[in-house]
Write a protein that binds this ligand. Structure first.
Ligand code: HEC
Ligand code: HEC
Ligand code: HEC
Ligand code: HEC
Length: 185
């Protein structure tokens, strides 16, 4: 009886420890930056995600905020600071997270970069995890169940709160930036 009790307490304690470790891991996912993702996502065989992104406007969204046009939009909205320093503008033009979540080589000036759509990558970036979609998702990679989910994500920025918004035609816009892994065979 005594033994069983001790055993139960031991099991309980280890469960609590394991649970708190995994909770910490979840909270600690960090942004590793586009260069780190690109290590494995740039060749023809992989689908040239780096190249496609670099040629897209999403690589320029920070630079856009440093232009005279951006500053005049910010002034017209009554903002006191230049556009590139205003949270009201940065919120859709870069990854906004606490600085402590940015790893050393992360560059906020890379604008709308991989991890803004795929989730902070520090826990899913290893080959062993990446090769397994379920494990990647469990380690923090964002899951899109269908096209409607993708469209909903786009519209968190492509909406009428954008000072230059006209209309967001999802199919056309997605065709401009999509970056699939080529089918094997
Ligand atoms: C060590 C190499 C490596 C790194 C670093 C890496 N990946 Fe991957 N990634 C892979 C491999 C391999 C696959 C599986 C590709 C396939 O389907 O053949 C993959 C798959 C993916 C997928 C598709 C998952 C699916 O099955 O739907 C996404 C999205 C992705 N990676 C995003 C990223 C992002 C974002 C980063 C940076 C945070 C990153 N990867 C860093 C190797 C890597
Ligand atoms: C709700 C998200 C969002 C916010 C907030 C936002 N932007 Fe943008 N911005 C976008 C999107 C999306 C585009 C691409 C064009 C479009 O469809 O609106 C864009 C494009 C731009 C462009 C290039 C197009 C053009 O008209 O020259 C400029 C400049 C710009 N934004 C400046 C700003 C400034 C300055 C602020 C802050 C006052 C701001 N943005 C706030 C999402 C946003
Ligand atoms: C974090 C905010 C954000 C998200 C999420 C986002 N975008 Fe954008 N997107 C922008 C901004 C800002 C620009 C304007 C870039 C510029 O002009 O500097 C832009 C520009 C573009 C452009 C170029 C504009 C054009 O007319 O050619 C395309 C295409 C685009 N986005 C497609 C998408 C798609 C598709 C999704 C969803 C898969 C998406 N975006 C998600 C912020 C975002
Ligand atoms: C504007 C949002 C956005 C950006 C920026 C973005 N992606 Fe994606 N990516 C998506 C969406 C949406 C999908 C399709 C759904 C999915 O597979 O998760 C996708 C799919 C992928 C896939 C899987 C393709 C397949 O065939 O299964 C890989 C790999 C990938 N992205 C890597 C990257 C890398 C690396 C970067 C940065 C260089 C990047 N993505 C930037 C939104 C984005």
């Amino acid at each position: 009886m005594k033994h069983t009790l001790r055993f139960m307490i031991l099991i309980l304690c280890s469960a609590v420890i394991v649970m708190s470790i995994s909770a910490q891991e979840k909270a600690a996912n960090k942004y590793i930056g586009v260069k780190a993702c690109a290590m494995c996502h740039k060749t023809e065989k992989q689908g040239k995600q780096l190249d496609i992104w670099q040629k897209s406007k999403h690589a320029e969204t920070y630079k856009t905020l440093t232009t005279a046009r951006a500053d005049s939009i910010a002034r017209a909205k009554g903002l006191k600071k230049p556009a590139a320093e205003s949270p009201e503008c940065l919120q859709c033009h870069v990854i906004t997270a606490e600085v402590k979540l940015f790893e050393k080589n992360f560059d906020v000036k890379d604008g709308v970069q991989c991890e803004l759509c795929h989730g902070a990558g520090s826990a899913y970036k290893t080959m062993a995890i990446m090769k397994d979609k379920a494990k990647s998702i469990a380690a923090g990679m964002k899951e899109y169940k269908d096209e409607a989910a993708i469209e909903a994500h786009c519209k968190t920025c492509h909406n009428e709160k954008s000072p230059s918004y006209k209309e967001f035609k999802f199919k056309e816009m997605w065709a401009k930036i999509k970056h699939p892994v080529p089918k094997k065979g």
